[in-house]
Write a protein that binds this ligand. Structure first.
Ligand code: ZN
Length: 504
């Protein structure tokens, strides 16, 4: 017993150090995105690389492996607290992933992607696939090697998915996304046939950016964001980062000629940040202080942004307050016109601009390509034509060039394979959580219209936030909603909402 406790104490000390260092790295990168002057990039690159090297060294220290070996055998570990058992499980996972990859592979990936990101930027700008194809070919080779090193049971792509969505497999996602794709394509056809188009003119006026920012801060506070444990700044691409649950940073971006980007970026990031702020302090320095997965994280941001922020009750609450800042522009607006403006559906080519209905089709295109590519069913040279075929098949439109097609996203250049599916998993989990929440509170709409967002936050804190990384994503959803993850709720939600908006 004494030996066991000594081992736990030793492991906790080593893990805490890795967590501290990772938070410092996150702070450096937050600064780079928000505050750093342009020339700061010169030394920041080496600072970040040195720090990452130290983190990797500490995490892969053979001593951590020895401690884990002595702690995670079934006979031994039930002497541990629930938190310590969870710590051992996640550190084992992180340690295995980090040690299974040869240093040369990690180094190759880092240098290839650095160059690839440069070339991709130019390729996209000039819409020239040939400027990026060779880099991507090399990246795909390295990712296939990575999958082989990490190991998998059924499909090499599983090994890559697991990094972002622990436990997720290709065959599971094929089942979830297959239904979602079929039903979304059907819904899109009905929207077309309705002949109706929603008017977003009310958003497309001039809105002073200082006032917009002030309004986003008011909304953040009302949703429950604790400004004594976080702050909001501006960045080109909005994001959330956490240095432990008592210091969570969000960013937003403002467009003077469109109300939507700042408001919805802030609400989206509010969802991520409320999750981070809700993680108990005692989980943070034992490597359990992050979200359960990217998919679960995205379920939080999408729930607040789409299910709440684009709904009528939210606008009943928000419009009178927003009108105080913009009395002229919003003189004739109604909650209903704000809902219409924030839910226009269009078949468009660019994922990041897509609406709630078409968004998942953009993701499923990428999932299909990644899955086939990693399995070796298609090669990098096939990508532009496969991309265009799938876009035609799912969205009914064809990209006029690669800039608006296969070259639009940065993920592949950065070596992120297996990341895209987490966006749609987030929508799917979000819908399932939303349905469970509504079952529990039949008067939820009225409570939201009255600005009682704490009812939502408290429920999420209890079912999701307080667990940090202690549970696997599927387990968390099962326990929070009483069912395994399923596309049913997202499909039902989309049909009901858009049926009402488009009159069918
Ligand atoms: Zn997000």
């Amino acid at each position: 017993m004494v030996v066991l406790l000594d081992r736990v104490t030793d492991l906790r000390a080593r893990v805490a150090e890795v967590v501290d260092l990772a938070q410092v790295a996150a702070l450096l990168s937050w600064d780079q995105e928000t505050m750093m002057p342009p020339k700061g990039a010169y030394f920041r690159a080496t600072q970040a690389a040195t720090l990452q090297g130290i983190i990797h060294e500490r995490l892969t220290d053979r001593k951590i492996g020895d401690l884990l070996d002595g702690l995670d055998e079934p006979g031994v570990n039930h002497g541990l607290s629930e938190i310590d058992r969870a710590m051992v499980r996640v550190v084992r996972r992180d340690y295995e992933r980090a040690t299974k990859l040869p240093a040369s592979l990690v180094k190759d990936l880092a240098s290839v992607t650095t160059q690839a990101l440069e070339n991709w930027r130019q390729a996209r700008e000039e819409s020239r696939w040939d400027l990026f194809a060779a880099d991507l070919k090399r990246i795909v080779e390295l990712k296939r090697q990575e999958a082989a090193c990490v190991g998998f049971r059924e499909n090499p792509y599983d090994a890559l998915l697991d990094e972002y969505e622990p436990g997720a497999t290709t065959s599971q996602l094929q089942a979830l996304f297959g239904d979602l794709r079929r039903d979304t394509i059907h819904l899109l056809d009905r929207i077309d046939r309705s002949g109706r188009q929603l008017d977003r003119a009310v958003f497309a006026q001039t809105f002073n950016s200082t006032k917009q920012l002030a309004f986003t801060e008011l909304i953040l506070a009302r949703l429950g964001f604790d400004f004594s444990a976080g702050r909001q700044d501006k960045s080109t691409h909005p994001f959330t980062t956490s240095f432990g649950s008592t210091d969570v940073r969000v960013t937003t971006r403002v467009d003077e000629h469109d109300l939507a980007p700042a408001l919805y970026a802030s609400i989206h990031e509010a969802g991520h940040s409320l999750y981070e702020q809700g993680i108990p302090l005692e989980l943070v320095r034992v490597a359990l202080g992050d979200g359960a997965s990217l998919g679960i994280h995205e379920s939080q941001s999408r729930l607040w942004e789409n299910f709440i922020g684009r709904g009528l009750p939210f606008w009943q609450f928000a419009l009178p307050r927003l009108r105080e800042s913009f009395p002229d522009a919003l003189a004739s607006a109604s909650p209903g016109s704000m809902v219409a403006a924030s839910n226009r559906v269009e078949r468009t080519l660019i994922r990041v601009e897509a609406d709630e209905v078409t968004y998942n089709l953009h993701i499923i295109i990428r999932f299909e390509i990644e899955r086939r590519l990693i399995a070796g069913d298609i090669e990098v040279g096939d990508l532009p034509s496969v991309w265009n075929e799938l876009t035609r098949e799912y969205l009914g439109i064809t990209p006029p060039d690669d800039r608006n097609g296969v070259l639009q996203d940065t993920h592949w250049a950065a070596g992120l394979f297996g990341y895209f599916p987490t966006y749609s998993l987030g929508n799917l989990y979000g819908a399932q959580l939303w349905a469970a929440l509504r079952r529990q509170y039949p008067d939820l709409d009225a409570r939201i219209a009255a600005g009682e967002f704490s009812i939502v936050l408290d429920w999420l804190r209890d079912r999701i936030h307080r667990w940090g990384r202690m549970k696997q994503p599927a387990e968390l959803i099962q326990e929070a909603t009483g069912e395994a993850p399923s596309p049913t709720y997202l499909v039902a939600y989309l049909n009901e909402k858009y049926g009402a908006l488009y009159g069918f």
